[in-house]
Design a protein around this ligand. Sequence first.
Ligand code: ADP
Ligand code: MG
Length: 395
Amino acid sequence: MQYSKNLGVHLKRIFEEKFTKTPQFVFSPGRINLIGEHTDYNDGFVMPAAIDKGIYIAFAKNENNRIRLFSYDFDETVEVELKKLEAVSTGWANYILGVVNEIQKIKPLSSGFDMVFGGDIPIGSGLSSSAALECGVGVALNNLFNVKLQKIQIARIGQAAEHNFVGVRCGIMDQFASIMGKKNHTIQLDCRSLEYEYFPSNFEEYQILLCNSKVKHSLAESSYNQRREECEKGVQILKEKYPLIESLRDVTLEMLDILRHRLSNTLYNRCSYIIEENQRVVEASKLLKQNKLKQLGALLFESHQGLSKKYEVSCEELDFLVDLVKNNSAVLGSRMMGGGFGGCTINLVERSAKENLVKELTREYDKKYNIALECYEVELENGTHLINHEFYGSI
Ligand code: ADP
Ligand code: MG
């Protein structure tokens, strides 16, 4: 992949000025999710992939039993004593300290360490900059202190850090995708068993284009929790007739229809969306295998329709962006990605038409909302990994 050399140059210089030694580097990617939205907490399937944008961390041990952190993007320093590890008031630092806290439960660190980090991934836009940071720190410390963690353990450590130090009860998908990513592949992940399978996803004349709506509606958090509760409520009612089910993952549309009279319209819509979206993920992986990208694209549009009309987690701006490309023959599919109420859309678009498309979307979006749309081309990349000496040696 093309590493962000400029960023590397800055991080290396800052590290050397601050700590007068040469660091090691790790790159940790953000992720996309091709299809399978809101299915993770219903024990269902998702289809994420790591991307070529993420977090770069320069790191080394130190001799003074302190953790010294510098965020290049926020231009902030945090220092804590290794022996007095606790959450701090500086938000970003907790993603790192949380990982240290989880690793220490397995093996106490033998010394302090220094880190300087920054990213080329938009923060808080649904590309999982937070998981990228956690996994990057996990791999860095695993290497530095020879902790011998497996990749999946590091993913779980990242998730636990977010639960325990940041206070966000996230699923495992983001960390899993960031660390397990494989170049030109998506990962079909079963969120119940964590079984996974890689699917070749070299889209050839097509590519993935993300469009950042740059909005974040205040509904995002409360509605996320509300949707989780609605799914649980649906399962509770369904359990009366089908006591063996544990989650919507175990329910078919036929089973749901038999109990339709027991569910409000809203609850019926929420449940049927999840059941259909799970089916779409299974279907998507088959289509990918057969390289049937047109049909795959159609599934993305269907997914968006469900998210918008049945699950009701889209918003005007995201609907607008998807509607704009619906009848464009250069766009195979488009949908909102992530929790909803803002963030990015993911689009499968013809490479040769990309430039014009970006221009058109940017113009129309600006005209309608007076917001400068940001578009990112992404390639599917390997998961979190150390960058060898040639990278930081030559910058
Ligand atoms: P997302 O994971 O979708 O990007 P989150 O809200 O989950 O959004 O995580 C964003 C938070 O992660 C930021 O507020 C910050 O605390 C931390 N973070 C992510 N990227 C960086 C970065 N480049 N520098 C510093 N902190 C970062
Ligand atoms: Mg996040």
